[in-house]
Design a protein around this ligand. Sequence first.
Ligand SMILES: [Ca+2]
Length: 310
Amino acid sequence: MDSVSPPGMRWLPGGTFRMGANRAYPEEAPVHKVTVGGFWIDEYAVTNRDFAAFVAATGYRTVAERPLNPADYPGAAPQMLKPGSLVFHKTRGPVDLRDIRNWWTWKAGAYWRHPEGKGTSVAGRLDHPVVQVAFEDAQAYAHWAGKTLPTEAEWEFAARGGLDGAEFVWGTELTPDGCQMANTWQGEFPWQNLCADGFQGTSPVGAFPPNGYGLFDMAGNVWEWTTDWFRARHQSEISSPCCVPANSRDRPVEASCDPAQPKLRIPRKVVKGGSFLCAPNYCRRYRPAARHAQMIDSGMTHIGFRCVIR
Ligand SMILES: [Ca+2]
């Protein structure tokens, strides 16, 4: 099928694989079999260059460029309702890791073209993944490109690259023979970025070796949107071979909302892959089983996406 693949995409024939992990974070358990059909997937995350072409062709304005509706955000301070987005900043020293406000700041004027706010730009970063895109922005791009977004199961199947059950997309060790295999965070997050992998922030797509399916940056660099509504655990393993769940699975939208923020009824999708902010002391999510809940209206400086065609 590769000979007829759309440019920049790989054909994956699909199959049954073990999804999730039992000895990592609770939301990754339990390991269970899932079957996905064949699909094409982008070799690289969508870049700033790609996204700029989409915006030039369509005039599309991302969620971060639009004022927010106060009714959707009860109790939010007025400055939080201006167009903008969340930006990461390195701290001066160790901080309380339970409070993400120590390193995430809302910045008016931050959107994909100015990812860290006014005065920053993507010049010199056109080959880096686009960031500060909300779920509907990723969907709009995919629709324009004649593609769609992957399900969580498709994304994880692709990330594993044929290495069934392996901890990392390249094998069993984080740094085999001392090699950095992905753009993650070395040192103590969020204040000490040792940059052993060469990158403080995002890296150009394809800067690290591809996985077994020829796909780049399936761990680290930026988190990537999937279409699945988040829930706090995977479903249990179904032992009968007749009943292995197939991609894609229906999950309740309402149940994806954050129970810790009952007034904020913004549903959450699963993002996959971890990012340049994932560090051993804080977030070991540079693994194919890792998953994170992301509110659909929120882009951030470490979330991008890639597309599939079924
Ligand atoms: Ca890095």
